[in-house]
Design a protein around this ligand. Sequence first.
Ligand code: ZN
Length: 146
Amino acid sequence: MELNDIYTEIIAENSKSQRNKRKIENPDVTLEGINPSCGDDITLALRMNGDVIEDAAFTGVGCAISQASSSIMIDLVKGKTIDEAKQLIQTFLGMITREVTDEEQLEALDEAIAFQNISNMPARVKCAVLSWHTLENAIGEYQQTK
Ligand code: ZN
């Protein structure tokens, strides 16, 4: 199996997974992220415990890439601190723009590394980064109200 096939499979599996697609009770911050060029429209909800992302989930509609990216991101940041999550966001966005190529650094992204080759498909980049930008903005909003 080619590496690209494995990545495609990871994305396909996660896009179908409903594990992180749910509503959470008493979220501290809820934020909608829209990618008009594709029609992706997600709402990300976070429940915080101080600086820790205690629970995270999303609802909404979109293509397989945006849905898979949201779900994988939630798996990754749940239980992490705000600083750790911000670091992961920067690494992910850096991977997409090819500013981060260090394999050791990219390892932190776990399954999200499956989106590495999305930069070869410029039209889909916005789908892949939507949830990550939404998380970044949601954390910013939370920090402002704290
Ligand atoms: Zn999309």
